[in-house]
Ligand binder design. Structure first.
Ligand SMILES: [Zn+2]
Length: 196
């Protein structure tokens, strides 16, 4: 038995359970997807979009990268936003960070992690934008939590400033951009109340 055989066993059980509850679930879903939500979150394995929202396949369109970044030159993220907004017509874009984010923490220490240092540089920019506020927090843990929140808020701004969202707004499309932060320690999502 190979080391990944259990993945296929798990998958069969999962598909079976859903089919028992809703016999034509997969058949219907295979025809089309109509998610109302676009989730832009961290790649961290502890922050799974569908599960923590209690949502089934088909209900949330997902993009994840390290430290939930929305960078104006990242064609991958921009393509996801464009497709979600213009084709799927999602009603909500959620940027979700999390406390204890390895990417956010790594951006604030002096170690080198290789290629990813270039990616994390964007979070160092967030630090620079909010340096006074962050430096005023003397407790390291609280300062990092604040940086996780400020990072989400900056990415919400970045989403709003894309031509995709601007064009959608001008065309009168109903769409709201939200900033959430997830607590690994209790599984609870917090709304940063920066919805635009
Ligand atoms: Zn993270």
């Amino acid at each position: 038995m190979s080391s990944i055989d259990h993945l296929f066993d798990n998958n069969k059980k999962w598909a079976q359970e859903i089919t028992e509850q809703e016999p034509d679930f997969f058949q219907q879903l295979s025809q089309q997807q109509t998610p109302e939500y676009l989730w832009i979150g961290c790649s961290d394995s502890r922050v799974p979009a569908n599960e923590l929202l209690g949502m089934k396949p088909g209900e949330v369109f997902v993009h994840r990268n390290i430290a939930n970044q929305v960078i104006h030159t990242d064609l991958n993220c921009l393509s996801v936003i464009q497709y979600a907004v213009e084709v799927l017509k999602v009603k909500h874009v959620i940027v979700c960070g999390h406390y204890g984010c390895g990417g956010v923490h790594a951006s604030a220490d002096d170690n080198s992690y290789g290629l990813i240092d270039n990616w994390l540089r964007h979070i160092q920019d967030v630090y620079r934008f909010h340096k006074d506020k962050l430096d005023a927090e003397t407790d390291h843990g609280k300062r990092m939590n604040l940086l996780c929140e400020l990072n989400v808020i900056e990415q919400v701004n970045n989403v709003c400033n894309t031509t995709i969202i601007r064009n959608a707004r001008e065309a009168g499309q109903d769409i709201t951009v939200h900033g959430f932060v997830y607590n690994l320690a209790d599984g609870i999502l917090k709304d940063l109340k920066v919805s635009v």
